[in-house]
Design a protein around this ligand. Structure first.
Ligand code: AMP
Length: 267
């Protein structure tokens, strides 16, 4: 505390440049930076990849040291959840029911519970999250407001490969063929953004454009436009005050790929 403000970067490890962008932002805004590496069992559903989630502790620690991180929490489930653990947070309303929440029941309850625990353990002035996980950013902002937690939530832009694919620890699950297809998601979203910038205000048309681009081999789950302040659906880009993002989740050979781009509030 004597040294000044602390910035916290919560992660599940298998770190890449997306995570490091949060660390670097935290580094510029705080005297001290902490990161956590914890594959949180509470946020994985039955049949999801908890057991095979990539664990690369040594490389992660080397990267964090290189970035000048002051403190790292490396945790196993037993370290964070004591015997007899019985208290969880529940996210109600659209954030807890729609889009990602509809496909991963209980996921955001698990996220909210672990994020609240980490914020209480570290008591950072600022906590850093990526827009890559759009709904997670909205959930964390909601939880901090609802529980009056004294922390500033900073959401950072998506970091991508040169070909547009959003970086993700799960990209390593992609076969060479799937990896070659994957950048088409960003390309489709970028086309929608270009259409919006060229004056298209009707969100339904922008969504249809993305849907049209992502036929097989993609297993399209949803395309939607939501406001980043409150997760509200956006129908028309006709208000400078809007903060819309176009979201897309598509599977490739069973790997779920999440991506999104900001749109202009008024086309
Ligand atoms: P994870 O380890 O997947 O839980 O991610 C930890 C944090 O890094 C989350 O706040 C993510 O949204 C963020 N993150 C993951 N990938 C990216 C990316 N490509 N660009 C920006 N932030 C990211």
């Amino acid at each position: 505390a004597a040294k000044g403000t602390l910035g916290l970067v919560p992660t599940m490890g298998a770190l890449h440049e997306g995570h490091l962008s949060l660390v670097r932002r935290a580094r510029t805004e705080n005297a001290l930076v902490a990161a956590s590496i914890f594959v949180n069992p509470l946020q994985f559903g039955a049949g999801e990849d908890f057991d095979r989630y990539p664990r690369t502790e040594e490389e992660d620690l080397a990267m964090l040291e290189q970035e000048g991180v002051d403190l790292v929490l490396l945790g196993q489930a037993a370290d964070l959840y004591p015997d007899g653990f019985a208290t969880t947070l529940r996210i109600d309303g659209p954030l807890g029911a729609e889009l990602e929440a509809a496909r991963r029941p209980g996921h955001f309850d698990g996220v909210a519970t672990v994020v609240a625990k980490l914020l209480l353990m570290f008591r950072p002035a600022r906590a850093y999250f990526g827009w890559k996980d759009f709904q997670q950013c909205c959930v964390v902002r909601r939880l901090v407001a609802d529980l009056s937690l004294p922390v500033e939530v900073v959401c950072c832009e998506v970091v991508r490969e040169d070909d547009g694919l959003a970086l993700s620890s799960r990209n390593r699950y992609l076969s060479a063929a799937a990896r070659a297809q994957a950048p088409r998601i960003h390309a489709a979203l970028a086309e929608a953004r270009a259409a919006a910038e060229a004056g298209e205000r009707d969100v339904e048309r922008l969504v249809a454009l993305v849907v049209e681009r992502l036929g097989p081999p993609f297993e399209l789950e949803y395309v939607a436009v939501r406001d980043e302040r409150d997760f509200a659906p956006v129908d028309r880009l006709d208000d400078d005050g809007l903060r819309p993002r176009i979201l897309c989740v598509a599977g490739l050979e069973g790997v779920r790929l999440l991506d999104n781009l900001p749109l202009p509030g008024r086309a």
